[in-house]
Design a protein around this ligand. Structure first.
Ligand code: PEP
Ligand code: MG
Length: 856
């Protein structure tokens, strides 16, 4: 393998050898685009440099010199010749590496070439400006001299001649480095190449690689390219353009340019550039040439391109092209349009859309230009996707219908449901991605920031403080559920809409996906929303959530608080009726799609009344003294409610609770059938840790269901299965599979119990783990494939060893996370289930992973 390749020699070599930038230039040269000539020192050369004890070997030096000679022949220019060759030297790793040294322009200049160039261009100002720029960049990038020092020298040298400023710059170089500025272009190039190789191992680059999981041994390539000058004369210029509008996705050139300028001038924003449209009149031939190149580049790469170009003395050069960044809405439109224009396949179009950004298509974003100038108050966790603006309200009772408010609470509880549904957005001080507030907000498709511990709510509930700022109830704030940012004041919103392109795109995704996408739905409204988005059934109906609406919560409280069987039976009777009404509505709306009902799992701390007012209310409802209620609450209080008397443990103590629920489900299904409907029922038992526990509950439920069949003189099919959400259940999954018709992984609790990290308290330290690179991602947001995943794989294998066709799904919050969906798809799961609003994202993510799986 050679160390050095000219652009026209490198075709067919991989990005791993040529680096991203180099491979692109080679490709563009091959398709005949006007690219300034150049050569590439490969990643192999970089590795050889390290092998040689961080020094350029003699043979490498010869290779570089020989490459430069060839470039001189190709360009008809020579280092220090009559027509002097000047080059840019840039780093170009196989993956983009912002932590590395980047660009040195105008290399090849020295006191001699400056004279020759002035003679040739008759433009002293231009030549000295590029010379000064070169000395400054070289000193900064090769020797680490700060640019500010050069700026100061320039400041003091205002009245001086160009020659004097050059001398002052070289003097500064000497003072800072103890060396003379290298005059010889060959020496300049060798030093530049060496410094870029070396920069692969600087601290910033190393940290970037660690954070982004980039292979340390890859090395960087270096691109050496003939300079073209946009600041050469009035027929010169430089610009950047996208082949399509990156905000709207419209198929039109979008960009800007400056005349008599170098690329840096556009970035620096000192002069206002023209829009690319203006070029049509100003430089019509160049405009036409550029438009054609843009089209061919787009076709060649099969994606929207972001192109940098320079015009030198009326001749167009393409400097760089890469896939363009675009807004989430534009990404869908571009993908769909490019299929219709027969540029790409549907598969490629599906893979082009970034699922991480897709929620913004449905839930809107802030208007970027409106964020600047707004006071940033602080940051919590991204609880539920979306953005919201509204007046702060600190207590649910004070929310009035129709007002735009942001509900700010320490944590949310079932009493807050009404307020949450009325609010535009929710902020909680405590809690993580799978805590009550986030789960419920996601279910409502409502923007939510959780775990913003910098907020201190005053006990008066009239204001809160955050990082030294006092926010009064009624003040307006803006919140971002994608990243947890909170701002003071109103930021303009850009709301997403389900356009025709998006509908078509989702239809294509359905053609490719193999996973079934179900919804976590607790109410008939959830079912309507989820079905509209394409859900294929319910994967989790959290029955305790069915009581969040209206006044139903009081019947659950009555049941929990009951201290005698008689009291409990009374409460259960009420609950039976309430459940049946909702189950029937949901079954009718599902119209034959499967409904998986999870029997009650109410962690007590979420359900017991907390305030005096609520205790009083419950006492009145039950005709008891508030003190009795208080005492009962004390009896029920648990040190560790998430590991306490919840889930199926409740039914071991009080079997009548699950019996009532099983009756409610089966009676509703029989009635639904009687009314001409069809239904597919799955009953799911939560928090199972042992086989005897499961058998005990199964027996009590089956008995009750048999009773219903006898009473109704009718029977229906149903499946009884379990959630897999405790490590012990995973370890004995073969035993459980003997009894269970399906496994649904409750990855929220499985993550909590595998890590031993409370899902409600993780916020206090997970950010530190992430900042210190101990954890890459919050395991409550994206499944931990190495640890929790091992349990899942084991459980799946053990389960299938007993029942090869056992249905396997996931219903924890990970079921809506694209990275986790890819993982479940690879494992061959039957379905994932997520909140109704995440269904389209899950559809896209599962289509992408199905396509990738097929390709691998
Ligand atoms: C889970 O634990 O993943 C789950 C779906 O149940 P819940 O979030 O209701 O505890
Ligand atoms: Mg659970």
């Amino acid at each position: 393998m050679k160390n050095i390749y000219l652009f026209n020699e490198g075709y067919g070599l991989e990005k791993m050898i040529l680096g991203g930038k180099g491979a692109n230039l080679v490709e563009m040269k091959k398709i005949g685009l006007p690219i300034p000539n150049g050569l590439i020192a490969t990643t192999t050369a970089c590795k050889n440099y390290f092998k040689n004890g961080n020094a350029l070997s003699e043979s490498m030096v010869e290779d570089i010199k020989e490459g430069v000679k060839k470039l001189e022949i190709e360009t008809g220019k020579r280092f220090e010749g009559e027509n002097p060759l000047l080059v840019s030297v840039r780093s170009g790793a196989p993956v983009s590496m912002p932590g590395m040294m980047d660009t040195i322009l105008n290399l090849g200049l020295n006191d001699k070439t400056v004279e020759k160039l002035i003679e040739k261009t008759k433009n002293e100002k231009f030549v000295y400006e590029i010379y000064l720029r070169f000395i400054e960049m070289f000193a900064e990038i090769v020797k680490g001299v700060s640019r500010e020092k050069f700026a100061k020298v320039k400041e003091y040298s205002k009245e001086k001649s160009y020659q004097e400023i050059v001398e002052a710059f070289k003097g500064l170089y000497w003072i800072e480095t103890g060396e003379f500025f290298p005059e010889n272009p060959e020496e300049q190039i060798l030093m530049a190449v060496e410094s870029i190789f070396k920069s692969w191992n600087n601290e910033r680059a190393k940290i970037y690689r660690q954070l982004n999981n980039i292979d340390e041994s890859m090395g960087t390539a270096v691109v050496i390219q003939e300079m073209v000058f946009g600041n050469f004369n009035e027929l010169s210029g430089t610009g950047v353009a996208f082949t399509r509008n990156p905000s709207t996705g419209e198929n039109e050139l979008f960009g800007e340019y400056l005349l008599e300028a170098q690329g840096e001038d556009i970035v620096a924003g000192i002069r206002t550039p023209y829009s690319i449209e203006t070029m049509k009149n100003q430089l019509p031939n160049i405009y036409e040439e550029f438009s054609n190149i843009a089209k061919s580049l787009e076709k060649h790469y099969g994606d929207m391109q972001d192109i940098e170009f320079t015009i030198e003395d009326g001749k167009l050069f393409i400097l760089q092209t890469r896939n363009g960044k675009r807004s989430p809405n534009a990404s869908v439109k571009i993908a769909v349009d490019m299929v219709k224009e027969e540029i790409i396949s549907k598969e490629k179009a599906i893979l082009m859309v970034d699922t991480e950004l897709l929620p913004q298509v449905f839930n809107g974003t802030f208007e970027d230009s409106d964020i600047a100038g707004k006071k940033f108050l602080g940051k919590g966790l991204p609880g539920s996707a979306g953005v919201a603006v509204g007046k702060v309200v600190l207590s649910t009772d004070r929310i009035k219908e129709g007002e735009s408010v942001i509900l700010v609470r320490v944590e949310t509880s079932p009493e807050d449901i009404k307020g949450m549904s009325l609010a535009k957005g929710i902020v909680t001080v405590k809690g993580g991605a799978t805590s009550h507030g986030a789960v419920v907000a996601r279910g409502m498709g409502k923007c939510c920031v959780t775990g913003c511990e910098d907020i201190k709510i005053d006990p008066s509930e009239e204001f809160f403080t955050i990082n030294g700022e006092k926010i009064q109830e009624g003040d307006i704030i803006s919140i971002n559920g994608y990243n947890g940012d909170i701002y003071k004041g109103a930021i303009k919103l850009k709301m997403g809409e389900l356009g025709e392109e998006l509908k078509e795109f989702l239809e294509w995704c359905k053609e490719f996906k193999t996973l079934e996408i179900r919804m976590n739905a607790d109410t008939p409204t959830d079912v309507i929303v989820g079905k509209k988005f394409g859900a294929e059934g319910i994967g989790l109906c959290r029955t305790e959530h069915m009581f969040f609406e209206d006044e139903k919560i009081w019947s659950v409280r009555e049941m929990i608080i009951a201290s005698t069987k008689e009291d409990r039976d009374k409460a259960l009777e009420k609950l039976l009726e309430l459940q049946k009404i909702d189950f029937k509505k949901m079954l009718h709306k599902l119209d034959g799609l499967p409904m998986n009902v999870r029997l009650l799992d109410p962690p007590f701390h979420e359900f017991l009344p907390k305030t005096d007012r609520d205790i009083q209310k419950l006492a009145t409802l039950l005709d008891k003294a508030p003190r009795d209620i208080e005492n009962r609450i004390k009896e029920l209080k648990e040190e560790n409610p998430m590991l306490g008397h919840r889930g199926c443990r409740l039914a071991i103590t009080f079997p009548e609770i699950y019996e009532m629920q099983a009756r409610a489900i089966i009676e509703s299904a029989i009635e639904c059938k009687g009314e001409g409907g069809s239904c597919e029922i799955e009953i799911m038992i939560p928090f199972i840790g042992g086989i005897s526990e499961f058998k005990y509950i199964k027996e009590s439920i089956l008995k009750e269901i048999e009773k219903v069949f006898e009473e109704k003189k009718e029977s229906i099919d149903y499946k009884l299965g379990t959630m897999m959400e405790l490590p012990r259940a995973c370890l004995i999954a073969n035993e459980i599979a003997e009894e269970s018709a399906f496994f649904s992984f409750g990855t929220n609790d499985l993550t909590q119990t595998t890590y031993g990290i409370s899902r409600d308290d993780s916020i206090k330290f997970i950010d530190h783990y992430k900042a210190k690179n101990i954890m890459k991602r919050d395991p409550f947001q994206s499944i931990d494939t190495r640890g929790v995943g091992k349990l899942i794989v084991l459980a799946k294998e053990l389960g299938q060893s007993v029942k090869p066709n056992i249905k396997i799904g996931v219903c924890g919050e990970h079921g809506g996370d694209p990275k986790s969906i890819e993982y479940f798809n690879e494992l061959g799961f039957n379905y994932v289930s997520c909140s109704p609003f995440r269904v389209p994202i899950a559809i896209v993510a599962s289509a992408q992973s199905a396509i990738l799986k097929r390709m691998s």
